[in-house]
Design a binder for this molecule. Structure first.
Ligand code: AMP
Ligand code: ZN
Length: 142
């Protein structure tokens, strides 16, 4: 197991049982605990136990364990809160709203009549702008 850890990281401290949390799930590689400032009650964070700053550092080999935990914890949240839906999202880097720089996924229970709204959407100026941007991104894989 990768024991990668960072001394001043609150989520490493939680993963090692040093700092307290309201734990809901733990296995060898992954754990989940309630967010201390929930968007809605039951808002849960799923983290790798090892320290990675963000998605760009998380090794693909951890993907299966993380998805498995997100599905299991998500199902448990739905049952426990009687929620009708679940948002899973992740902030990466400060400009995207990341505050804790230990990779984590937010699991947020949703109800059909809750007042949460996703961010506003916009249009491209025209089809060419959209196709050119897709091409610009795609060529990074060449
Ligand atoms: P992010 O903006 O994606 O980095 O989100 C960090 C999240 O961690 C926020 O929703 C905080 O409320 C949550 N958080 C920070 N410290 C703790 C903690 N000690 N226990 C539980 N959640 C925390
Ligand atoms: Zn950490």
């Amino acid at each position: 197991m990768n024991l990668n850890r960072k001394d001043d990281c609150i989520f490493c401290s939680i993963a090692q049982g040093i700092s307290p949390c309201a734990e809901v799930y733990s296995d060898d590689l992954v754990m989940a605990f309630l967010d201390i400032a929930p968007v809605q009650k039951g808002h849960t964070l799923v983290i790798p136990k090892a320290h990675y700053n963000d998605i760009f550092e998380v090794p693909p080999e951890l993907g299966a364990a993380l998805i498995r935990a997100q599905k299991a914890v998500g199902s448990a949240i739905l049952e426990a809160t009687k929620a009708e839906g679940l948002n899973i999202y992740m902030n990466n880097l400060a400009a995207a709203g990341q505050v804790v720089f230990h990779a984590h996924w937010h699991l947020i229970p949703r109800f059909s009549h809750d007042t949460l709204r996703l961010w506003p959407q916009h249009a491209y100026s025209n089809a060419d702008e959209m196709l050119e941007l897709a091409s610009n991104i795609r060529k990074r894989f060449a």
